[in-house]
Design a protein around this ligand. Structure first.
Ligand code: ADP
Ligand code: MG
Length: 276
C-alpha cells in the first residue's frame, strides 16, 4: 500500500511519556467534543492566521483531536459555512520535521478529498488550503455523525422505521465500495468519521490516514477496522452490519473477493487476540 511516508515516521514517538499529546493512531476514535461546559474557544488556542482576519466569521472550535483542530467558520462569503481543519505546530517536534509533516499531511488529505469529489464519492468539497500554515477549508456538512444517527434509530425503533436504518447501512457499504473502487483506503473508518447530511446522505470525512491502494488485502483491513469499531460502538446492531457488507459487495467488481479476504483478516485478528 502506498502510504503517505510522513504518516509512518511519528507513529511511535521516542518517548510517549514525555509528550503532552499522543499521535493520531493511538487515539480512541472519538475526539473530545466541545460541549456547553467547555465553551468554545476562539481564544483558547492560538489560531491560524486566516482565522484572525477581521473579515472572517468568528471561528468556533468543534473538536480538538490529537493532531488537528476542527473549526466552523465561513469561506469567501459570510453565508458559506466551512469546516477549517488546522494542524497546529507541535512545539516538541523538531521544527523542520514538524513543518514538513504538517505540510505533507494537509496536502495528502486535501488531495484525497479532491479525488473523491471528482469521482463522485460522497465527501466534503475542498474550498481552499494553505499547506505552509497547515490548514484546509472544506465544505461544512450540516448534519450529525452517523454514530449518533444509528444510536437514535436503536433507541427509538418505533419512531424511526426499520427501512431508515437499513438505508443508512446500505449507504455506508456503497460509499466505502465507491471509495475502494477509485483506489483509496480510508485508514480510519468508524461511524464517527461519517456524517449524515440533511438530505439523509452519508458523507465520508476525516481522510487524515488515507492511502492509495488497489489491493484486496488493504481493502479488507479497511473494512475490518470498521467492523471492529462498529461492533464496539453499536453492539446492539451487530447483526445488521451484514447489510453494510452486502451493499459493499454489490458496489464494485472486486467487492466479493474483498469479503473473502475479510474472513482471513478476521481469523488473523482472532489468533492475535488469543496469543495476546
Ligand atoms: N466537513 C465537516 N462538516 C462538519 N463537521 C465536520 C466536518 N469535518 C469534520 N467535522 C466534525 O469534526 C470532527 C473532527 O474532524 P475529523 O476530520 O474527523 O478530525 P480528527 O482527525 O480529529 O478525527 C468530526 O468527527 C466531525 O464531528
Ligand atoms: Mg475523526
Amino acid at each position: 500500500m502506498t502510504t503517505n511516508p510522513s504518516q509512518t515516521s511519528t507513529k511511535r514517538p521516542p518517548s510517549p511519556s514525555i509528550l503532552n499529546t499522543s499521535p493520531k493512531k493511538s487515539k480512541p476514535s472519538s475526539p473530545q467534543t466541545m460541549t456547553a461546559d467547555t465553551p468554545p474557544t476562539a481564544s483558547s488556542f492560538p489560531l491560524p492566521k486566516i482565522l484572525t482576519n477581521p473579515s472572517s466569521t468568528p471561528p468556533l472550535l468543534i473538536t480538538q483531536g490529537a493532531e488537528s483542530r476542527l473549526y466552523k467558520s465561513t469561506y469567501l462569503t459570510p453565508s458559506t459555512p466551512c469546516a477549517l481543519k488546522y494542524r497546529p505546530p507541535k512545539p516538541w517536534r523538531h521544527a523542520t520535521l514538524d513543518s514538513r509533516l504538517r505540510k505533507a499531511r494537509t496536502t495528502a488529505e486535501a488531495k484525497v478529498l479532491e479525488k473523491c469529489h471528482r469521482q463522485g464519492v460522497p465527501v466534503p468539497a475542498v474550498y481552499g488550503m494553505d499547506i505552509t500554515q497547515g490548514w484546509m477549508a472544506i465544505e461544512w456538512i450540516d448534519g450529525i455523525p452517523v454514530r449518533v444517527a444509528i444510536n437514535s434509530h436503536l433507541n427509538n425503533p418505533q419512531q424511526n422505521d426499520e427501512s431508515g436504518i437499513k438505508n443508512l447501512l446500505k449507504q455506508i457499504g456503497e460509499a466505502i465500495g465507491n471509495l475502494h473502487k477509485i483506489g483509496i483506503i480510508h485508514g480510519d473508518l468508524t461511524t464517527s468519521n461519517m456524517m449524515l447530511n440533511p438530505e439523509n446522505q452519508v458523507i465520508l470525512i476525516d481522510f487524515g490516514l488515507a492511502a492509495q491502494s488497489q489491493s484486496d488485502e488493504d481493502r479488507a483491513v479497511d473494512l475490518y477496522v470498521l467492523e471492529r469499531a462498529f461492533m464496539s460502538t453499536h453492539p446492539r446492531a451487530e447483526k445488521e452490519f451484514g447489510l453494510v457488507l452486502e451493499a459493499y459487495a454489490q458496489t464494485f467488481k472486486k467487492g466479493k473477493s474483498v469479503l473473502t479476504k475479510l474472513e482471513d483478516v478476521r481469523m488473523r485478528g482472532r489468533k492475535k487476540s488469543m496469543i495476546g
